[in-house]
Design a protein around this ligand. Structure first.
Ligand code: SF4
Length: 77
């Protein structure tokens, strides 16, 4: 069963698909205050700016991490 988690700040949402994660640790090395594999919830989106989060998500080699901007979801606000 696919496990998908979403983490949002004011601007964006990071989606993490557990089944795709190959535990390369690239996200953990890049932004250790955000990606904390030993802590639950493991992804603390408040710990980095939206720009650095996007940059890091793009480096995920497995495609487990993706993101979208919140305003693509809700054009009324
Ligand atoms: S970079 Fe992607 S594949 Fe690597 S640990 Fe993070 S989420 Fe998993």
């Amino acid at each position: 069963m696919a496990k998908t988690k979403k983490y949002s700040n004011d601007e964006m949402t990071i989606v993490w698909e557990a089944d795709k994660c190959i535990h390369s640790g690239i996200c953990v090395k890049g932004l250790p205050d955000v990606f904390r594999p030993k802590v639950r919830p493991w992804l603390r989106i408040e710990a980095a700016s939206t720009d650095s989060l996007i940059n890091q998500v793009k480096q995920c080699p497995s495609g487990a991490l993706t993101y979208y901007m919140n305003d693509e979801d809700d054009n009324t606000s």
